[in-house]
Design a protein around this ligand. Structure first.
Ligand code: ATP
Length: 606
């Protein structure tokens, strides 16, 4: 008998689980039930199947009595054969129903899991950027995966086990009491007496299991951190191989000891259990014998055998039913965690009266925009500017001054705290979100490529793009020659996050991707990290004509990009410190002059 519940979870609540046990309100239960309601017909079938298979499953035990009394002791060959065949047939029937039941059960559980996962996935995609920057990615994934599989376990295991165990117990009790009340009562007393000590033994083992799981988590953490691409780069560059190996081995050694102890505790535990469980039947034989021989009770050998056999079938159900509370609390905790995510408000959503204009010019206006990521620290402190359709603006300024923050407000990755951002005269918060995001194309510093082929990454922007437009976009982005020079051409895999490509190649690929999207406004967040001059020229050649062609905002770190823009905004400490053309600003002796002297000019000379 395993003390670990399904899925390796223990049968006992940890202190933490006890402390965090959710308050089970009617509302919570109602909400959980609402996920089951669509499948009530299938569930009804499962209920009937469980009831039928539990009752049938008890029949052979009861038939044993007649096999002994009427068949063997009564020396009736025909009856014996009939009873044996009946017993086998009943077992077979019960198992057949069991197959139907577990198929149906899994089907329901899978559908409910699917419903919950899809709902969660859609909901999470509506979460604001801040949700993803402040929540641990692992935690988000855990809720999507293990918590929701936990729900599946509740349906396939917990619910089924409550029902089948209760029925089995009821049938056993009725059958026992209908034969002999003294022995039946003895059985009722014996079962809990022997299940309770085994529970306390199990609890000890469970605490070892938990300890070993903590180490297991620790080891997983080490593996995750050191065996990832970036982790290994860090390890190699800082010569940490030996230290990391020592850290890993120390944890793994502690695990050896614990696992051995846990396994041995299991062994002792089994000795205890099997001794205890065999005391029960012996007691029944003894008391049954006394009743039969000394008191001439109306009992047959078969009756006693049936009683013993029924008793043996009661341990399991009693143990499971004693654990129900644990399963219940754990399931409710899981549901609570899932609902917590589902209840998080969607901060950035379509306004109820959102408008979808039938065409877009691409005029952007920032009106006294203030914004902070965290309440205590204002990042943008009153930004005012206008970008006219067809024009381009370069944002320059020291690192951390708020340039990327400004552009994040345009496609509503975040919303302003006060003031407004308008698109063609309409507040972006009033625009249809899908429309707005269609209008804005961003080539960010950090290029987001997913692990797939170049073609797949390009088509992400526009799944219906034809081969011709793709080739054209790649030529414009100066990446076409590179792609066709690859052995697999457009089918070249880009690796995790595009790591198989160079920085410059990634940038050009994301320029091509944005071109395929064909947005009204192009935002280009120039990489700060230096690329070699050939790569840089390739990007420059791609981007310069685009700036002339499209309404664009450029976060610029290079002079040539700045020169291509119609207006320069110098951002410092969340404000526009200076504005004008390169000529206006370069000799003004302000922030721009300083930036020019320290940054752009040097790059120019290099
Ligand atoms: P760089 O040129 O280095 O990219 P930047 O001018 O684009 O800098 P922003 O990225 O806009 O600067 O950041 C402005 C400030 O906001 C920084 O001080 C940064 O620490 C802070 N910040 C940026 N993103 C977040 C976030 N998600 N949560 C909290 N603070 C943030």
């Amino acid at each position: 008998m395993s003390m670990r519940g399904p899925g390796g979870r223990g049968a006992y609540l940890s202190d933490e689980e006890k402390a965090n046990a959710p308050k089970v309100t009617g509302e919570l239960v109602k909400r959980v039930v609402s996920y089951l309601v669509p499948y009530w017909k299938q569930m009804a079938v499962v209920l009937i199947a469980i009831a039928a298979s539990s009752v049938l499953g008890m029949m052979p035990a009861m038939l044993t009595g007649r096999i002994i009394d009427e068949g063997l002791i009564g020396r009736n060959m025909e009856m014996l054969v009939k009873l044996i065949i009946a017993s086998l047939a009943v077992t077979f029937g019960s198992n057949l129903i069991g197959v139907l039941q577990s198929w149906m059960n899994t089907w329901i559980a899978e559908h409910i899991t699917y419903d919950m996962r899809s709902q969660m996935f859609r909901h999470l995609q509506k979460m604001p950027q801040s949700f993803f920057t402040s929540n641990n990615q692992g935690d988000i994934i855990t809720r999507m995966t293990s918590d929701i599989s936990g729900v599946q376990r509740v349906i396939t295991d917990t619910l089924t086990s409550i029902l089948s165990n209760s029925i089995t117990l009821a049938v056993a009790l009725i059958a026992m009491y209908s034969r002999n009340w003294v022995l039946a009562t003895l059985g009722v007393l014996v079962v809990p007496l022997f299940t309770i000590p085994t529970r306390s033994a199990g609890r000890k083992r469970w605490s070892l299991t938990r300890e070993s799981q903590t180490i297991s988590d620790e080891i997983n953490g080490i593996l995750n951190e050191t065996l990832s691409v970036s982790g290994q780069t860090l390890v190699k560059l800082f010569n940490r191989e030996e230290k990391e190996a020592e850290k890993y081995e120390a944890a793994a050694r502690r695990q050896i000891d614990l696992n051995v102890r846990e396994n041995m505790a299991g062994r002792w535990f089994r000795v205890v259990i099997s001794t205890f469980t065999s005391i029960g039947p012996m007691l029944l034989y003894l008391v049954g014998g006394i009743l039969m021989m000394k008191y001439n009770a109306d009992l047959t050998v078969g009756d006693i055998t049936v009683m013993v056999s029924l008793l043996g079938r009661m341990y399991g159900p009693v143990n499971s039913l004693l654990n129900i509370q644990v399963d219940w609390i754990r399931s409710m905790a899981m549901f609570t965690r899932i609902f917590e995510y589902l209840d998080m408000p969607v901060a950035i959503d379509n306004a109820p009266d959102a408008v979808t204009p039938d065409h877009a010019d691409g005029n952007i206006v920032f009106n006294d925009v203030r914004f902070s990521y965290e309440p205590s620290r204002e990042i943008l402190k009153g930004i005012n500017f206008e970008l006219k359709s067809g024009k381009s603006i370069a944002l320059v300024g020291p690192s951390g001054s708020g340039k990327s923050t400004i552009i994040n407000l345009i496609p509503r990755l975040y919303d302003v705290d006060s003031g407004s951002v308008t698109f063609d005269g309409i507040d972006v918060r009033k625009l249809d979100l899908k429309f707005l995001r269609e209008q804005v194309g961003i080539v960010s510093q950090e290029t987001y490529l997913f692990n797939g082929t170049i073609m797949e990454n390009l088509k992400y922007a526009n799944p219906s793009a034809t081969g011709e437009t793709i080739v054209e976009a790649c030529k414009k982005a100066n990446i076409y020659d590179f792609i066709v020079s690859q052995e697999k051409g457009f089918n070249t895999m880009v690796g995790n996050r595009g790591l198989k490509l160079s920085g410059g190649e990634k940038q050009r690929l994301s320029i091509a991707r944005v071109l395929l999207k064909d947005p009204t406004i192009l935002i280009f967040d120039e990489a700060t990290s230096a690329l070699d001059s050939i790569s840089e020229n390739l990007i420059q050649e791609a981007i310069d004509p685009l700036i002339k062609e499209k309404t664009s905002i450029l976060i610029a770190h290079r002079l040539s990009t700045i020169l291509a823009a119609d207006e320069i905004l110098v951002i410092k400490d969340g404000r526009i410190a200076e504005r004008g053309t390169h000529h206006d600003l370069v000799n003004a002796g302000g922030v721009y002059t300083e930036l020019y002297e320290t940054q752009f000019k040097k790059a120019l000379e290099a």
